[in-house]
Design a binder for this molecule. Structure first.
Ligand code: ATP
Ligand code: PRP
Ligand code: MG
Length: 288
């Protein structure tokens, strides 16, 4: 029997656990890809879509992508920066948002100028060393695996630098942030750059489609035709609204995509203009 030639598959790194894992898997499912059903699966082939998923520690993903073993990956901007890997962001994914900041005992520090001579504990020593170097600040950096908030209480450090989302972990440890934000992070799609591997553009477009579907809703309404130009200026859509004649003389049906955030205000304004039968529906997927 002759073997069929294997079609090359796009190799994709996905966080296997932690803060980014669930949202990444959900986004891939919404993009139409098969995803694993159990955390013990470390690799999954979606042959129909020409993609192979590797479930890896988010911290390691930039390295695999930067070295070229994997074509594309989902990780945090802070983890990418910390790794120093030669990978670049190709799409921001709008989840896993957090800030990277310095923190110390409540009331003790107020500015980053006070970092000189301090002992700083962090799991992101790449970012911290880079930051100190750029500013010419001389301080001691200790790399810890996690739970860095406790290091001050235990006398290992004076200051920490860590990911802050809600700030509740800091508060519970009697700490507060000080100085400006070092990095605004969120989940990002990364590649090695250079020549794009086969299938990357389709993969990127699918994820982008999910973002648009999440951020936009479809609006339909009927309106006197004379009011269509004003209504279209209110809700211009992405390309342009679809306008069709209604059976009722002098009226039109309009269909347009609007940002989910402002949709209700637009509905109120359209009603004032004379629009009726204004409907909002979710978009499940899209390609712009
Ligand atoms: N509340 C949060 N806590 C931690 N990381 C968060 C949070 N919100 C978003 N993130 C992002 O998630 C990524 C860190 O993920 P994760 O917590 O899985 O890594 P880790 O701390 O190295 O692993 P683990 O906690 O499993 O040892 C970073 O990009 C970070 O900015
Ligand atoms: O501002 P918050 O909403 O409280 O979230 C930030 C906290 O969450 C993360 O810890 P994680 O749970 O990943 O544990 P780790 O420190 O062991 O990595 C991070 O390191 C902070 O400790
Ligand atoms: Mg963590």
């Amino acid at each position: 029997m002759t073997e069929l030639p294997q079609t090359p598959r796009l190799r994709v790194a996905v966080p296997n656990k932690g803060a980014l894992s669930q949202a990444a898997t959900e986004m891939l499912r919404e993009s139409g890809y098969r995803q694993r059903h159990s955390n013990v699966e470390l690799r999954l082939v979606d042959a129909d879509n020409g993609v192979e998923f590797f479930y890896l520690r988010p911290r390691d993903i930039a390295l695999y992508v930067g070295e070229g073993q994997l074509d594309v990956g989902i990780t945090g901007r802070d983890l990418l920066r910390d790794s120093g890997a030669k990978a670049e962001e190709v799409l921001t994914l709008e989840f896993g948002r957090a800030r990277f900041r310095f923190a110390g005992p409540t009331g003790r520090f107020s500015s980053l100028d006070q970092l000189a001579g301090q002992r700083i504990a962090t799991s992101y020593d790449g970012i911290v060393r880079g930051f100190l170097e750029e500013r010419g600040i001389d301080a001691t950096v200790t790399r810890l695996d996690g739970a860095v908030e406790t290091s001050i209480q235990l006398g290992v450090a004076d200051v920490i630098a860590d990911v802050v989302e809600t700030g509740s972990t800091l508060r519970a440890a009697g700490l507060e942030t000080f100085g400006e934000v070092i990095l605004d992070s969120e989940a990002v799609l990364i590649t090695r750059g250079g020549i794009a591997p086969d299938g990357l553009e389709i993969f990127r477009r699918r994820l982008e489609g999910v973002l648009v579907a999440r951020n936009y809703v479809m609006m339909d309404y009927d309106i006197p035709t004379a009011q269509v130009p004003v209504a279209a200026a209110l809700a211009p859509g992405i390309e342009s609204p679809t306008v069709a004649p209604l059976q009722r003389d002098g009226w039109s049906a309009v269909r347009v995509m609007v940002p989910r955030a402002g949709a209700h205000k637009i509905m109120d304004d359209l009603y004032e203009l004379g629009a009726r039968g204004i409907l909002l529906t979710d978009i499940h997927a899209c390609r712009l």
